[in-house]
Each structure stands twice: as C-alpha cells, then as structure tokens.
Design a protein. Structure first.
Lengths: 116, 112
C-alpha cells in the first residue's frame, strides 16, 4: 500500500512570496490533516478535512493560509504571503475512517519550508 | 496550546538498555497515542491506548496510562540504535473534531 505522498520535499522562498504544498493521501482515506511542525516542537494541526469538507480549521492563520481538498482526495495548502515565522515542516496525514476517537493517522514525509 | 508534555526532553542510553518516556496531559481524553519520528521524516504511529485501558504491549513497547494522574509512559525494552528518534504523545481533543494534540516530544539517542 502506497503511503501519503507530499511534494515538494524542500522549498526555499523569500518573505512575502507565495508557496503551495501538495498532498496525496492513502487511497480511500476519508480524513486528511495538515500540520505545521516548527523545529524542536510537536506538530500543530492547521486544518482537518473529512472527505472534502472542513472539520476544524481553528488554528489556521486564515489571513495568509488557505487549503482545499478537491473531490475529497488530493489537497493543497497555500501560504500567501509568507513570513519568516512560517519556516517549518508541513506534514500531511490521513486516516482511514471518518473523524472518530480511535483513529490513528498516517503521515507523509513532510515539506521543509525555509523563508528567508 | 499543547495538551501533552513529554519528559525528559532528551534521553541518551546505551544499546540494550531500556528507555522510558513520560507524557502528562491536562484535560480528559478518549485515547492517547504515541508516535515516532526519525530525523527529517514524517511520524509513524506506534500504539494507541484507550482511556479505559491501563496497559498495552506491542513488541518491545509497553505503554501505561493513569487517567487519575493524567499521565502515560512509553517503555522501549532492549533498545537498538534504530530506535534513535523523537517520540511524541498525542491526545484527542474531546470535541466534535476528534483532532489530536501533540506534545513537544522526547529525543531519544541510542548509542551503539
């Protein structure tokens, strides 16, 4: 079974530029998550999709971050414009079932973003 | 804010020794999960323990949960160099999203 795919793996941009990340979850997984992981910290949830609907985006900085999950499969996360503090690893994860209390999550390798 | 906090922040042991990591959390939970993250890679799910369970085993892993103290521990027995990684506990938010809230992690180094 193929895992969660993410691209690109690395991205370096100047502040105020825009950037987009792509995620392809494991086939058939209903729930998709985007996390931000700053160096030395644990992942912080940015947004959670169930199929193509948003379940939780309470920690997404909506003035600069946006995300969509078209047709309930692939997802993109965009930052526009980027700030220095956005430098982090962006992790995508998926879960086979609808949001529930016993869901384990399967993570992709992440995209390491450096904002200069 | 982070629900779970791991202790210690870093741990260095010799191969073959046991490694114990602790996690404390603040609010009631449905379950607690442990994940491993190798350097520069995504997280891998290790084990899930439900709030009505006290202990769970998986291979060389043993997890305990004490809901009265709001704490959990992860024991890795007979450690190997390949166990070198960061370990995170994650607890679910008791709201309709069932989202996970991760702690800050314990960085484990197993010396050959």
């Amino acid at each position: 079974e193929a895992g969660v795919a993410q691209s690109p793996r690395y991205k370096i941009i100047e502040k105020r530029q825009s950037v987009a990340f792509w995620c392809n979850p494991i086939s058939g997984h209903a729930t998709l998550y985007w996390y931000q992981q700053i160096l030395g910290q644990g992942p912080k949830l940015l947004i959670q999709f169930q199929n193509n609907g948003v379940v939780d985006d309470s920690q997404l900085p909506k003035d600069r971050f946006s995300a969509e999950r078209l047709k309930g499969v692939d997802s993109t996360l965009k930052i526009q414009p980027a700030k220095l503090e956005d430098s982090a690893v962006y992790l995508c994860a998926s879960s086979p079932r609808l949001a529930g209390i016993y869901n384990e999550q399967f993570f992709g390798p992440g995209t390491r973003l450096t904002v200069l | 804010s982070q629900q779970g906090e791991e202790d210690p922040q870093a741990l260095s042991i010799q191969e073959g020794e046991n490694a114990t990591m602790n996690c404390s959390y603040k609010t009631s939970i449905n379950n607690l999960q442990w994940y491993r993250q190798n350097s520069g890679r995504g997280l891998v799910h290790l084990i899930l323990i439900r709030s009505n369970e006290r202990e769970k085993h998986s291979g060389r892993l043993r997890v305990t949960l004490d809901t009265s103290k709001k704490s959990s521990s992860l024991l890795i027995t007979a450690s190997r160099a390949a166990d070198t990684a960061s370990y995170f506990c994650a607890t679910d938010a008791r709201d309709s999203s069932y989202k996970l809230i991760f702690g800050s992690g314990t960085r484990l180094l197993v010396r050959p």
